[in-house]
Design a protein around this ligand. Structure first.
Ligand SMILES: [Ca+2]
Ligand SMILES: [Ca+2]
Ligand SMILES: [Ca+2]
Ligand SMILES: [Ca+2]
Ligand SMILES: [Zn+2]
Length: 978
């Protein structure tokens, strides 16, 4: 079995999480309350006929139902099951998810788009033809009707009426007419009701109550009726405004719906968590579990399961598995004591009793397969014969291999290595068994590798995933026995080599790379975390899903606890790959972790970057205007072939770059480019580029001595410079004998030292520069294979020189040299080390940026930070970006640490600039792409230390998959069941 590196893993994450928060207008639509209960009034004269409600069954969830989406239920295709319509008010469209004959929802479709106004209400009825039509109310009072076609689709909407004064909020209601036609009524929140005639003309207006927080319509005693929730009562009124009845309602709630729940032909009224039964409305049946709603809900009564009586449908926010504001639309199937199959799951109560499944739960084990499917099959799939049980989590998946994959080996790996990762999970099923049973079915014929060349897995899924298996099975394309793959998150399809199959399938079952946190915590030991995808504690056999045992330990890089409340045995893995933190027992119940590699343990809080298991994030990458990310379409704001220069001068940060027009990456480069300067404005934005009126033939070097700002730049005739204030530089000065030199510059205690580099055959030279005065040319007696970078160690009073040298046939190995002395008398070398030691292999051939860090995190000796691009040969080949720094742990890479910035897709042809600014490091570099409009585009990032300020922690994968992902990943059907 071959295993590719973790680098090969890449995943598409479907943005199924809707933005947080309720739409403010929508909030008013739904109840805002603590749900207190009225005592149930059981009156002997009104038997409730054994009416009850099953456990909630999730019908739709997430983005489909998230506020401000607005639901309406109606049987649009005349098959006896209500379908789920959802309006997106501001975007003025309506989607429909047809009802898969009471089993599951069908995949959604757009029903209406581009309505002229914001949608505030929907109603359905026979307004135009003999099928169910959709009526919509706009915020301006306009009413549209889209005539139904009877197949779930509608014709284009046409305006039929305009109601004036709809007020703050309004409801559109269907009113049964005296004939075959239905009418419409508009209820405004101030209590005004406008009844419309058959052609849409207002025929009556009345005001029975002063305030409305919820409205519904139906029939009472054979008469059309409107129910108005006033906030403290529900008032039933006739179409002309006569009050028929007043029902008590708890204050502060507004859930209201009408429909026949018990099958006596009379519409009952749902008020908050209870159904009041017609005709007297005195006996009420409670919906169990209602008290768990802590947030506003929308309640509806409709026949979801096709039995001729209404079920209760509740849309509510939560559960909160991701830490986001997920919304759920759940069906509480209603039943009467006389019903044989109360939960309408295809198993009658007697069968459920003998099997041990729950007669009041459609999916006892919550694996997305209703109880009846698991016993009697579905659509000809004999799931029971395939091993399904209604008492245990079963997951069916089609594995489609490429024809290059040895099927017997794939199946053996599936059985011996992959399925056990799920089957051995510490999850207890209802039948006492453990884990999730994976039923993998190999799909043949295999994919013809040649014929499928260039097709991604989504296309192959569209072509090969049998439509009738969608909603029952998952589909996984298997490209090989090694790693790599991509999957949708909380979805039923994706691709994964056998070494990453469990990871990719984890995505399908709802898991991300980081649990519910924004970054992957080193304590999230899941195989979903890139850091532990292929090994845990160095052992490939120990990869696992996380149970969230460390979820209580919140890690924030800006304030990390130096001591964790766990015995060292529980945290030993932190000392293993990929992090290799130093740890030490702090008694028998706690453990010290040296998060910052300082070489010491502490009880204090620590600032450190600890998310380096894969690469490090230097912050959001934005073009200089601060609004456009790199890689966005359209030409970049600033493009260059040269390394930028960042420098802090009198408290402000400046960037000096060469600037050119868009250029094909393969086209010959111009001989020179103009230089521009920009000042950082804060909030990720720079001043517009200002032309410095200079042309450079190489990487510029800007530097400040604290008083004066200098810009050095190579030209054909030699190195030139201008100085002054950044917005007014003086005339240019040419430095003699510098033709062909590249440059570096450093502020040495108020003296500008210019470093001149010509080739690896010549010593690095230097001279001081003060105003127009250029000091005598001297040399360090040091050779380098790269243009040197430099910084000053203010603690040891040494000049730091970053150079390159050949070692083990790598010509550009990074070296740090320390020198004492001064420009007058000359410098002498104190030490020279290879970064990371001789074995490290760390190398690059662009000018490095050296930063001497004296912040508190750096400790008393300070530390050296080295930021540079990697080796690129020829010199415009894209290469990665790196940060190396000294650490207090001397036996690790000889006291050095190296991280890659971003990922393997983030490369530059020009090198990188870096500057310490306000407690962090600002980076500026160029994007390498194949397109002339983006190649060489300059972007900046503002978190070069990679120390973030977000909470992260371990996460319980098992619970998320069990209680959320397994069922929801196969929630919708693609073809209507028989
Ligand atoms: Ca049943
Ligand atoms: Ca059941
Ligand atoms: Ca099931
Ligand atoms: Ca099952
Ligand atoms: Zn992934």
């Amino acid at each position: 079995m071959t295993t590719t590196s973790a680098n090969m893993v890449s995943c598409i994450v479907r943005p199924h999480r809707k933005g947080a928060g309720c739409h403010p207008r929508h909030l008013a639509l739904i109840a805002l309350a603590l749900f207190m209960h009225l005592p149930v009034q059981a009156v002997a004269a009104e038997p409730t006929a054994g009416l009850g409600f099953c456990r909630p069954y999730t019908w739709l969830f997430g983005g489909w139902v998230a506020p401000p989406r607005m639901p309406h239920l109606a049987d649009m295709n005349a098959d006896g099951y209500v379908d789920f319509l959802y309006a997106t008010p501001e975007d003025r469209f309506v989607d429909i998810s047809l009802n898969g004959r009471g089993w599951k929802p069908m995949r959604g479709e757009r029903l209406i788009s581009d309505l002229p106004d914001r949608i505030v209400g929907m109603a359905t009825g026979r307004f135009a033809g003999n099928t169910t039509d959709l009526a919509m109310l706009g915020a301006g009072g306009q009413v549209w009707i889209a005539q139904g076609r009877g197949d779930g689709k509608v014709q284009a909407p046409r305006s039929v009426a305009t109601v004036s004064e709809i007020g703050q909020r309004a409801w559109l209601l269907r009113m049964a007419g005296g004939d075959d036609r239905d009418r419409l009524a508009v209820v405004a929140s101030d209590g005004h009701v406008t009844a419309l005639g058959p052609t849409g003309q207002p025929v009556a207006t009345f005001r029975a109550v002063k305030r409305v927080v919820g409205a519904a319509s139906g029939q009472v005693g054979g008469q059309a009726a409107i129910a108005l929730h006033t906030g403290s009562a529900v008032v039933l009124v006739g179409p002309a405004g006569s009050v028929m009845r007043r029902l008590p309602a708890s204050r502060g709630q507004s859930a209201l719906a009408m429909g026949d729940v018990n099958g006596d032909g009379e519409d009952d009224v749902l008020i908050n968590g209870e159904v009041a039964l017609a005709p007297a409305f005195r006996s009420r049946v409670r919906i169990a579990g209602w008290e768990r709603f802590r947030k506003p809900v929308i309640a509806m009564l409709a026949d979801v399961t096709g039995k001729g009586r209404c079920d209760v449908v509740v849309q509510h926010q939560g559960p909160d598995y991701y830490g986001s504001k997920e919304a759920d639309c759940a069906v509480y199937v209603s039943y009467l004591a006389s019903d044989a199959d109360k939960d309408r799951d295809g198993l009658n109560d007697a069968e459920e009793a003998s099997l041990g499944s729950d007669p009041l739960d459609r999916d006892t084990d919550y694996d997305g397969l209703p109880d009846g499917w698991e016993v009697h099959g579905f659509r000809g799939f004999d799931l029971k014969a395939m091993g399904a049980s209604p008492l245990r989590k079963d997951v069916f998946v089609l594995n489609l291999p490429y024809d290059t994959v040895p099927v017997d080996q794939m199946e053996k790996l599936m059985k011996d290595k992959v399925a056990p990762l799920f089957e051995d999970l510490p999850y207890r099923n209802r039948d006492g068994s453990q884990g999730f049973r994976i039923h993998a079915v190999t799909m043949l014929p295999a994919v013809d590798t040649k014929a499928a060349a260039g097709k991604g897995w989504p296309q192959l899924a569209a072509e090969t995933f049998p439509k009738d298996k969608i909603g029952v099975f998952h589909w996984m394309l298997v490209p090989g026995l090694g790693g790599g793959g991509q999957s949708g998150q909380l979805a039923d399809a994706g691709s994964g080599g056998m070494a990453s199959w469990a990871h990719e399938f984890g995505h399908q079952l709802g898991l991300s790379h980081t649990g519910k946190w924004p970054a992957w915590s080193p304590t999230y030991t899941s195989l979903m975390n890139y850091s532990y995808s292929y090994q845990f504690d160095g052992d490939p056999a120990r990869i696992h899903f996380s149970r969230g045992e460390l979820a209580d330990i919140i890690l924030n890089e800006s304030r990390l606890p130096g001591k964790l409340p766990r015995p060292i045995e529980k945290l030993k893995f932190l000392a293993g790959p990929p992090y290799r933190f130093r740890i030490q027992a702090a008694g028998s119940h706690a453990t010290y972790v040296d998060w910052g590699w300082s070489g010491a343990f502490t009880d204090r809080r620590i600032r450190a970057n600890i998310t380096y298991g894969y690469s490090v994030n230097g912050g959001e990458r934005l073009q200089p205007s601060g609004t456009k990310p790199i890689g966005a379409p359209g030409p970049c704001e600033l493009m260059t072939d040269y390394q930028a220069s960042l420098v802090v001068h009198r408290g402000s940060l400046y960037m000096v770059t060469a600037d050119r027009d868009a250029l094909d990456p393969k086209a010959p480069r111009p001989e020179s480019a103009k230089l521009v300067i920009q000042r950082y404005l804060g909030k990720r934005a720079w001043t517009p580029k200002a032309d410095l009126g200079m042309h450079t033939t190489g990487d510029p070097a800007a530097v400040s001595d604290g008083r004066t700002f200098y810009v050095f730049y190579p030209t054909k005739v030699g190195v030139r410079y201008r100085y002054g204030s950044p917005d007014r530089l003086g005339d240019s000065v040419t430095i003699p004998d510098t033709a062909g030199c590249s440059i570096g510059a450093v502020n040495l205690r108020g003296t500008i030292l210019l470093l001149l580099y010509r080739s690896s055959a010549e010593n690095i030279r230097y001279c001081t520069v003060r105003g127009t005065r250029v000091g005598p040319m001297k040399d360090f007696g040091i050779k380098s294979t790269i243009t040197p970078g430099s910084a000053y160690d203010t603690r040891r009073k040494e000049l730091l020189l970053g150079t390159g040298s050949e070692l083990n046939r790598q010509p550009y190995r990074w070296q740090l040299r320390r020198l004492t002395g001064d420009p007058e008398r000359g410098f002498s070398e104190v030490s020279c080390v290879f970064l990371g030691g001789e074995k490290s292999g760390w190398a690059g051939n662009k000018r490095p940026n050296l930063i001497f860090d004296t912040s508190r995190d750096a400790g008393p000796d300070g530390r050296v930070i080295w930021i540079a691009a990697g080796v690129s040969a020829p010199s415009n080949t894209p290469t990665g970006l790196y940060i190396a720094r000294t650490i207090g742990v001397k036996d690790h890479n000889e006291g050095w640490m190296l991280w890659r910035y971003y990922d393997e897709w983030t490369n530059t042809r020009s090198g990188i600039a870096a500057a310490w600014y306000r407690g962090d490091i600002v980076l500026a570099t160029t994007w390498a792409s194949d397109h002339s409009t983006t190649d060489g585009g300059v972007y900046c990032a503002y978190n070069g230390t990679a120390i973030g300020n977000q909470d992260m922690a371990d996460f319980d994968d098992v619970t998320l998959m069990a209680d959320y992902g397994i069922a929801r990943s196969i929630q919708t059907l693609a073809v209507m069941p028989p």
